[in-house]
Design a protein around this ligand. Structure first.
Ligand SMILES: Cc1ncc(COP(=O)(O)O)c(C=O)c1O
Length: 354
């Protein structure tokens, strides 16, 4: 059956390009500009990021989140070091070993904690587990904000983690593939959950927020940005026509579209949660604090929703849950239609196929 459903809940990567990013890309498509990042759009985008973060940070634009994470982590570590991250982290389970590869063998060590967030005590346990020369020396802490399960670290939680990290001379990298959603969800300024909270380098996600492609690597600790341009080039991440990677950032940042879109996708997740939480046999797995709703949904209901044409992931990363992800272009009508179908299918009685 061909589905008439045009927007899904599978991933914020399923969404198209938002109008602000598209318009800026069109504006940038005039005449000639210097290549490899020495153009006016890239300078403007970097300046806008410095305004957003209210600090003179160093900024680099790369193609995707895997390279942003891997290259930034590589810039914090030597090959004999280790990176500590949550066991659910994208850098551990969804980057095909790229952080270890780009850092020349740096080992990723896993921490735990409820709701996708690192328990600060697990940092101490990992660092103190061994102190001998045979153990890869912990050097970096990687935090995901918003987390893989859509929860967020409040500034106070980041403060506790930063204290633990600094006690052991760990540098802090933040995987912010959904950083905008975290800022929107927490109602904070970007600086409060980055450099003021001890973050050395942030991978600020643009793709899931409405860009066609691209993430910004933002170094608050500017010493660590030394020669990062070479690392990008070697890693295949230096865009020759850089203006088309950076201009969409200008479109997103100049009038606050980045935060507007994140606020909207978060609101859609809240609407979805409110609609499906009361349904029989549906259990919401984590607090809904950004643009994702994770839920235990009976297999038969999942199958019937899929049969009706709805796309969403199940058993994401091996967890026994379905993930319902909202995007910048998710509408209230999309949410209501999905929730209506779910209600119909999860009410008692035989499951009907359409
Ligand atoms: C938490 C997190 N980090 C990073 C990424 C970026 O990955 P990609 O290399 O696909 O852009 C993703 C994308 O799914 C993600 O969910």
């Amino acid at each position: 059956m061909t589905s008439a459903i045009s927007r899904h809940f599978a991933s914020d990567n399923y969404a198209g390009i938002c109008p602000e990013a598209f318009a800026a890309m069109t504006e940038a498509n005039h005449g000639h500009e210097v290549g490899y990042g020495d153009d006016t759009w890239t300078a403007k985008a970097a300046d806008l990021l410095r305004e957003v973060f209210e600090t003179p940070c160093e900024v680099f634009f790369v193609f995707n989140g895997t390279s942003a994470n891997s290259l930034s982590l590589a810039s914090l570590c030597q090959s004999y070091h280790s990176i500590l991250c949550h066991e659910m982290a994208h850098v551990e389970g969804s980057e095909c070993g790229a952080p270890e590869f780009f850092a020349n063998g740096t080992k990723v060590l896993l921490l735990n904690g409820p709701d996708g967030k690192i328990d600060p005590k697990s940092i101490e346990r990992a660092v103190n587990k061994r102190a001998d020369i045979h153990y890869p020396k912990p050097r970096a802490l990687s935090l995901t904000q918003a987390t893989e399960v859509g929860t967020v670290y409040a500034p106070e939680e980041l403060g506790v983690l930063a204290d633990a990290a600094h006690r052991f001379q760990l540098r802090i990298q933040m995987d912010g593939a959904r950083f905008a959603n975290a800022v929107a969800g927490l109602h904070v300024t970007p600086k409060e959950i980055t450099w003021q909270a001890g973050v050395d380098v942030l991978c600020f996600g643009g793709t899931k927020n409405g860009l066609a492609v691209g993430e910004a690597v933002v170094f608050f600790n500017r010493e660590l940005a030394k020669e990062f341009d070479y690392r990008c080039k070697q890693g295949g991440q230096l865009a020759s026509k850089m203006r088309f990677l950076s201009a969409p950032w200008v479109g997103m940042l100049r009038d606050g579209a980045w935060l507007r879109h994140a606020t909207h996708s978060n609101a859609m997740a809240k609407r979805l949660e409110a609609a499906i939480r009361p349904l029989p046999n549906i259990h919401i797995s984590y607090p809904v604090e950004s643009n994702a709703v994770f839920a235990h949904i009976p297999e038969k209901v999942v199958e019937a929703l899929h049969a009706r044409g709805w796309k969403f992931y199940t058993q994401v990363g091996g967890w026994d849950e379905s993930r319902l992800m909202c995007s910048w272009d998710t509408t209230p009508e999309d949410v209501d239609a999905f929730a209506r179908d779910m209600k119909e299918l999860s009410d008692e009685g035989p499951l009907k196929a359409r």
